[in-house]
Design a protein around this ligand. Structure first.
Ligand SMILES: NC(=O)c1ccc[n+]([C@@H]2O[C@H](COP(=O)([O-])OP(=O)(O)OC[C@H]3O[C@@H](n4cnc5c(N)ncnc54)[C@H](O)[C@@H]3O)[C@@H](O)[C@H]2O)c1
Length: 337
């Protein structure tokens, strides 16, 4: 039976990945330092002899080394990171610490144990920066990050590739587009809008809502990650995107439509409110994912319309998810200078 470590397994994508790996009958060790975006609720109901959790920071190289020696994983999915662009604008120190130094320490731990462990380093489409017109960035596109968040992820990608070249580490880098689905921390646009509709609050959108993002349902991303553990080539980068782009305005209107369909009463204060843009806000990200499709014969299973419906339904059916998160953590608008 294959054994995997998932770092950041209490976060949004990490918890969905842990669930999928367990469903596929793999053994999973979740390493998370339990920062603000980690949610116990995300792995609620998991009682599985194949699942272990260790509260560890990926900066703790000695602990990581011990874990690698004892658990002997076949693969590591590295998702541990600080992830909210707006927070990185307010203060980037945690991004440098967790996304750059954390990856450095993880790589050093991997270097020190001689086991043949494959690292799947999970990165983002934001490293490519603003993609103009109707172009899509492939894996050879220049890195041109605009925020401290995307710069920290870009740095970690470079570090990983350098360890492959210099120390022959077995690693693959994935650059995925915006994920959506259950268990996402409600500072991010989709759960935030859903929360505001439920709470009868206005729906703040940056500028005029024209910023375009490529949206992928989280399970489709997780399936691709697992396939890349088996089929991804050492030292290669793979974009993971659905090919579906839409503007933030379209996205928020789609959420509202799903609420209307669900017959939930929409309060009078639920109105789109355009707010001052955040600094360095890229207009558009769009990936060319042909290499992934060629390599793992993958295509997303959940189309946007279906995915957004499933997502809205999940948050409506899981009010406890929002209740457990302190107001302080997600009500304030961040990213304003
Ligand atoms: N959410 C997206 O749309 C998206 C898109 C592309 C790539 N990614 C990448 O996927 C990964 C996961 O993103 P997410 O949206 O699930 O984030 P998230 O914020 O929901 O979860 C991050 C998790 O990492 C943990 N963590 C942070 N620093 C840590 C450290 N030093 N040691 C151990 N654990 C630590 C947190 O406690 C949290 O549980 C990130 O690397 C992110 O850059 C996310």
């Amino acid at each position: 039976m294959k054994r995997f470590i998932v770092t950041g397994g209490y976060g949004f994508i990490g918890s969905n990945l842990v669930r999928l790996l367990l469903k596929k009958k793999y053994k999973v060790l979740n390493i998370d330092n339990f920062s603000y975006s980690a949610q116990k609720y995300n792995l609620r109901g998991i009682s599985n002899k194949n699942y272990i959790f260790k509260k560890v920071d990926i900066n703790n190289r000695n602990k990581l080394r011990k874990i690698l020696k004892n658990f002997k994983p076949h693969g590591i999915f590295n998702l541990a990171a600080d992830t909210h662009v707006d927070r990185s604008i307010d203060d980037s120190s945690n991004f440098i610490k967790n996304n750059i130094l954390g990856v450095f320490n993880l790589l050093e731990a991997l270097k020190s144990v001689k086991n043949k462990i494959k690292l799947i380093h999970v990165s983002t489409d934001e490293v490519y920066g603003d993609i103009k017109g109707s172009k899509r960035s492939n894996e050879k596109h220049t890195y041109d990050p605009s925020s401290p968040y995307s710069a920290s992820k870009a740095s970690s990608d470079h570090l990983v590739l350098s360890y492959v070249k210099t120390y022959k580490l077995n690693a693959v880098i994935t650059n995925c587009s915006n994920n959506y689905g259950p268990r996402q921390f409600p500072e991010k646009i989709i759960p935030k809008m859903i929360f505001n509709v439920i709470k009868n609050k206005p729906l703040p959108i940056y500028s005029k809502g024209k910023n375009s993002r490529e949206w992928i349902y989280v399970d489709d991303h997780c399936e691709a990650l697992i396939s890349l553990f088996f089929k991804g080539k050492k030292g290669e980068k793979y974009n993971i995107g659905s090919g579906f782009n839409c503007s933030n305005l379209y996205l928020v209107k789609s959420i509202l439509k799903k609420f209307k369909k669900s017959k939930i009463k929409i309060g009078s204060k639920v109105k789109i409110k355009f707010v001052k843009d955040r600094p360095g806000h890229d207009l558009r990200y769009a990936l060319d994912s042909k290499k992934l499709i060629r390599t793992i014969n993958w295509k997303p299973k959940i189309a946007f319309e279906k995915g957004i419906e499933k997502t809205v339904e999940w948050y409506i059916k899981n009010p406890e998810f929002f209740r457990r998160i302190s107001k302080k953590l997600f009500n304030k608008r961040l990213g304003v200078l």
